[in-house]
Ligand binder design. Structure first.
Ligand code: G3I
Length: 501
C-alpha cells in the first residue's frame, strides 16, 4: 500500500460473528450476451448474463450468505498475502483462512483470485528475500491450490506513486539491475523481478498443466490520463511491462480505488485504457473497486452511483474486460470505511443496498451492448518505450477475410514475435441468432497452441478446434465475440472456419 493511500485509511474493523454459509450449489448460470432476458436481481446473475464475473474481497469472518448470493468471484482480502502464508524460505504456513475462502468459493460456484505473491507490502517473513526464494514461494502457492484458483496476482503494485512511471525502489524491486543503463529493465542482460517472477509462475503453470491465469495488478493505472489531462505515465509503464512480457502475463488488474487523489480519479478514457490492454491479448479486470462517495462533490450517494455505473459500463464495453471485484461488502467493513466507498451499508451480515448497488445491477443487466456509441474509441496511446524482449510486432489487420459460412464467420488477428504469437479470433453471427459456435483452424508445422482464453480448445498442433464457453456461445444476429490463444512457432496464414449451432 502506498503512503498516500495509507494516510487515507480509516481503521474501523468490526468483529463479525460467522453466520451460516450459503451452501446451495447455484451454478454460475451464464446466458447470452446482450440477450433480452428478464432483468436479473443479483449482481452475479446479471454479470454472468453479460459474460463477466462480479466479485468481492473478503476474509473468513465476512462469509455471510450475501457473499454467495450476490457475487461469483472471491478474492481473499488479506489471507493469501505473504505476511500470512509465507515463511522466510518460501514455504507455506497458516493456510487455514485461505483454505476456508477457497472452499467457500468452490461450494458457491465462485472463481477465486489469489492475492498476492510478489509485493513490497505485507511481505512478512519474505521481506528481503532473493529471487530464488520468491520463486520457491511462487511455486508453492500456485501448486497449493492449483486450478481452484482461476487468477493469481503474481506481482502487485510494482510501480511507484506520483505518476512518474518508474518502478518502485524498495524491495523486491531492489533486485532489479539495469545492465546497460538505458533506463528500463527489459533488456536481456537486465535483471527484472517482474519478468523473473512471471517466468517462474508460467513454468509452474505449464509444468502442472494448470489453467490458472497469471496477473499483474496495480492502482492509479486506470485511465489513459490523470486529473487535468496529463498522460498517465504509470498506466503507460504498466502497458510497456505487459507488452514486453506478454508471453508470461495473462491478465491485468486495475485496482480502481477511486478517490480524490489527482491520480485516482475516474476519467472518461477509462474504457480506452482497458481497450488498449485488451488489444495486447490479455484479460483485464477491475480488481479492488471502491469509489469515494465524495468524489463528485455534489450529493450523497447519487454521484457515487453514477461513477459506479461508468466503471461498469467501461468494462462491459470491452469484450476482454472479464471481471469486476469490489473491495469489500459494506462501507463499515472497508479499509477506507469513512469514505463510504462500497455497495452496501450495514454490517455483520445485515446489509442494505445503496444507490450504487442499484446502479451497478442496472448497468450489468444492460449487458455488453454499448449504450453510448460516441463514447471514447479504442485510441491506443503509443507506449513510452519500444519492446525489446520479445520484439512484438504491431497488431496487423485480420489475415483472413470473413469466412462465408452462413451461421457464423471468424477472422484472426496476430501479434507475432520470433518464436511465438498471440492470436485474437473474432467470431460473428450471421443473419440469425446462434446458440453456440466452434472454430477450426490448422496451424502450420512447428506451431503449437500453449494456452487459450474465452474458448474450450481441443488439440494443440495441426488442426485445432475451439468451442464457445458458457458465456459467449449465444450471439444475436451480427453480434461478435472474441477468444484468443497463444502459441509457439510461426502462425503463418490462418484460415479459420466457423460452424454455428
Ligand atoms: O488482523 C489484525 C488484527 O488482529 C489486529 O488487531 C489489527 C490491529 O491493527 O490489525 C489486523 O490486521 C489488519 C488487516 O488489514 C486485517 O484487518 C492490518 O493491521 C491492516 O494493515 C490490514 O490492512 C489491509 C491492507 O491491504 C494492508 O496493506 C487491508 O485490510 C486490505 O484491504 C488492504 O488491501 C490492499 C490490497 O491488498 C492491495 N491494494 C490496496 C488495498 C488497500 O490498501
Amino acid at each position: 500500500m502506498d503512503s498516500g493511500l495509507k494516510q487515507r485509511k480509516r481503521v474501523a474493523r468490526i468483529a463479525l460473528p460467522t453466520a451460516a454459509l450459503l451452501l446451495v450449489g447455484g451454478a454460475v448460470t451464464v446466458q447470452s450476451i446482450g440477450s433480452a432476458a428478464a432483468a436479473e436481481t443479483t449482481l452475479r446473475a446479471a454479470a454472468a448474463n453479460a459474460g463477466l464475473f462480479f466479485g468481492v474481497a473478503a476474509s473468513p469472518g465476512r462469509l455471510t450468505s450475501i457473499v454467495g448470493q450476490e457475487f461469483n468471484q472471491l478474492t481473499p482480502e488479506n489471507d493469501m498475502k505473504p505476511a500470512t502464508i509465507a515463511t522466510s524460505s518460501g514455504a507455506l504456513q497458516n493456510t487455514g483462512n485461505a483454505d476456508t475462502l477457497v472452499n467457500y468459493a468452490q461450494s458457491n460456484n465462485m472463481l477465486v483470485r489469489g492475492h498476492t505473491m510478489v509485493w513490497h507490502s505485507q511481505a512478512g517473513a519474505l521481506q528481503g528475500a532473493s529471487q530464488a526464494t520468491l520463486n520457491t514461494f511462487i511455486g508453492n502457492a500456485l501448486n497449493r491450490w492449483g486450478n481452484r484458483i482461476a487468477y493469481w496476482d503474481v506481482v502487485n503494485e510494482a510501480l511507484g506513486d506520483n505518476n512518474t512511471g518508474s518502478r518502485r525502489t524498495q524491495w523486491p524491486h531492489t533486485l532489479n539491475r539495469d545492465a546497460n543503463g538505458d533506463g528500463d529493465f527489459f533488456d536481456t542482460g537486465d535483471t527484472d523481478v517482474i519478468r523473473d517472477s512471471f517466468i517462474r509462475a508460467k513454468q509452474v503453470v505449464q509444468a502442472g498443466g494448470l489453467t490458472t491465469k497469471l496477473c499483474i495488478n496495480d492502482y492509479d493505472v486506470e485511465g489513459l490520463t490523470v486529473q487535468g489531462g496529463t498522460p498517465n505515465r504509470k498506466a503507460n509503464a504498466l502497458y510497456d511491462i505487459v507488452r514486453n512480457y506478454r508471453q508470461y502475463i495473462d491478465c491485468v488488474g486495475f485496482q480502481a480505488h477511486f478517490n480524490d487523489n489527482p491520480n485516482s480519479i475516474i476519467t472518461n478514457d477509462l474504457q480506452a485504457n482497458i481497450q488498449r490492454f485488451a488489444d495486447l491479448g490479455v484479460e483485464v479486470h477491475i480488481t479492488e473497486l471502491d469509489i469515494d462517495d465524495d468524489l463528485s462533490n455534489n450529493d450523497i450517494g447519487a454521484g457515487q452511483a453514477e461513477n459506479y455505473r461508468k466503471v461498469v459500463r467501461a468494462c462491459l464495453n470491452v469484450a476482454k474486460c472479464t471481471g469486476i471485484t469490489v473491495w469489500g461488502i459494506a462501507d463499515s467493513e472497508s479499509w477506507r470505511s469513512s469514505e463510504r466507498g462500497l455497495l452496501f451499508t450495514g454490517g455483520s451480515g445485515n446489509y442494505q443496498k445503496k444507490a450504487a448497488y442499484t446502479a451497478v445491477l442496472d448497468e450489468l443487466n444492460k449487458g455488453r451492448v454499448p449504450v453510448n456509441p460516441t463514447s471514447p474509441a479504442s485510441t491506443t496511446t503509443p507506449p513510452t518505450t519500444p519492446p525489446t524482449t520479445p520484439p512484438v510486432t504491431p497488431s496487423v489487420p485480420p489475415t483472413t477475410p470473413p469466412n462465408p459460412t452462413p451461421g457464423c464467420s471468424a477472422t484472426v488477428s496476430l501479434n507475432s514475435w520470433t518464436g511465438g504469437f498471440v492470436a485474437t479470433v473474432k467470431v460473428t453471427a450471421g443473419s440469425a441468432p446462434i446458440n453456440g459456435w466452434s472454430v477450426q483452424l490448422t496451424l502450420p508445422s512447428g506451431a503449437a497452441v500453449t494456452n487459450a482464453w474465452n474458448a474450450n480448445r481441443s488439440g494443440s498442433s495441426g488442426a485445432v478446434q475451439f468451442g464457445n464457453v458458457s458465456y459467449n456461445g449465444r450471439l444475436n444476429a451480427g453480434q461478435s465475440t472474441e477468444f484468443g490463444f497463444q502459441g509457439t512457432g510461426a502462425a503463418g496464414n490462418l484460415s479459420p472456419v466457423c460452424t454455428a449451432s
